[in-house]
Design a protein around this ligand. Structure first.
Ligand code: OSB
Ligand code: MG
Length: 391
């Protein structure tokens, strides 16, 4: 059932959990989930064989909302880990949240501001409340975010391969599958020759590289070389917490820089754009404190005509669907890293899985919340521990 546009949502039950239109959380469940990846994923910062994440379930008034954390087991992409996220949630954010009467999930990120940093922990809880918010109104997540139904364009992120020939083969497979944009991972010693090999085979392919912070300003020659290959962008060439050196690099090269790791708040985004550190921004909702941070960065970039796209963290279907919904906002003008479930997992945790059609698009679900069923026996099988917290 759809709520009339603009009409206040009708609480499903009065009393329990819902004070008028407010949400007061009654329970937070956290699971640690470990799911084997179909193929290992290698970047400049390491090789991943299993997806390990925290799955949150927040309940109020007989409705439960779900979200997948984006932290990894290790601090090699960004400083947070699943262990730090669990600590910050359990000891700070959950108690804080139990004390709130939430009249809109947009209030959560500001309410969390006393906790400095820990964006992934904030996002996991905040996103679960948004998902609950949508389910409670019986509407898809994209509707409460201000997006639309329909389809989104899908791109693909290809990890480091054993050599250039293996990479080209992999690109061929993904292009044949319909993906609208290909991103390849690079690291020092494995960069311009890889790009040259892919470009030789696909002269017109929308192509980009992602360095995951593997370079310094001493490597400017590598990026000048990459300027010859008509790349859509170069993602996060320099340090994970840098803005200033990226300004210097962007002045030296034609290829647009896109920031990923360096953007963890709307203020980071504003600083980067004001200074000229990048021309494009990768938004990962879990990296920017949740949907509130995503919306603020989206709106800022849209007001300045700066394209954004949605990054990925090898999410299971639960996080993947959240990414599908948020990409229906109008500022997401470039294909993101949201690919089909089957590229990552033999069996995803949702039914149906996320599917990419031959035209390189994904259907946006219309059911309540994330919109596809969570397959609990599969989640149970992949759960290594579980905690339940109450006020
Ligand atoms: O930098 O975008 C990244 C995966 C894990 C951590 C960081 C990144 C990535 C990817 C893969 O590029 C995106 C995906 O397929 O989910
Ligand atoms: Mg990246």
């Amino acid at each position: 059932m759809r709520a009339a546009p603009g009409a206040p949502p009708a609480p499903k039950r009065s009393g329990d959990g819902f004070r008028g239109a407010c949400v007061k959380l009654e329970q937070i469940e956290v699971r640690h989930v470990r799911l084997p990846l179909r193929d290992p994923f290698e970047t400049s910062f390491g090789r991943t064989t299993h997806k390990e994440f925290l799955l949150l379930a927040v309940s109020a008034g007989g409705v439960t909302g779900y979200a997948e954390g984006v932290a990894d087991a290790d601090p090699y992409y960004l400083p947070e880990t699943n262990a730090t996220v669990l600590h910050i949630l359990k000891d700070f954010l959950a108690p804080l949240c139990f004390g709130l009467e939430i009249s809109h999930p947009r209030e959560l990120l500001p309410a969390f501001s006393r906790v400095r940093g820990h964006e992934m922990a904030k996002a996991a809880l905040e996103m679960a409340v948004w998902e609950l918010w949508a389910r409670r109104q019986g509407v898809p997540l994209h509707q409460v975010l201000g997006g639309r139904g329909g389809r989104i364009a899908s791109g693909v992120s290809i990890g480091l391969q054993k050599d250039a020939a293996a990479l080209v083969e992999k690109v061929e497979r993904e292009v044949a599958a319909g993906y609208r944009r290909v991103k390849i991972k690079i690291k020092p010693g494995h960069d311009s020759q890889l790009v040259a090999a892919v470009r030789a085979r696909f002269p017109k392919l929308p192509l980009m590289v992602d360095a995951n912070s593997a370079y310094t300003l001493r490597d400017v020659a590598v990026f000048r070389e990459l300027d010859a290959y008509d790349l859509m962008m170069a993602e996060q060439p320099l340090a994970w917490d840098d803005i200033v050196d990226h300004v210097a690099l962007q002045r030296e090269i034609r290829t647009p820089i896109c920031l990923d790791e360096s953007i963890r708040s709307v203020d980071n985004a504003r600083h980067a754009l004001d200074l000229g550190a990048c021309l494009i921004i990768n938004i990962k909702v879990g990296r920017v404190g949740g949907f509130g941070g995503m919306l603020a960065i989206h709106d800022l970039c849209r007001s300045r005509g700066v394209p954004v796209w949605c990054g990925g963290m090898l999410e299971s279907g639960i996080g993947r669907l959240a990414n599908v919904h948020l990409q229906t906002l109008p500022g997401f003008t470039l294909p993101g890293d949201t690919s089909a479930s089957e590229r990552y997992f033999v069996e995803d945790l949702i039914d149906p899985p996320v599917v990419v059609e031959k035209d390189g698009t994904i259907q946006v679900p219309e059911g309540p919340g994330i919109g596809h069923a969570i397959v609990w026996p599969r989640v149970d099988k992949a759960t290594t521990f579980r905690e339940v917290w109450r006020p």
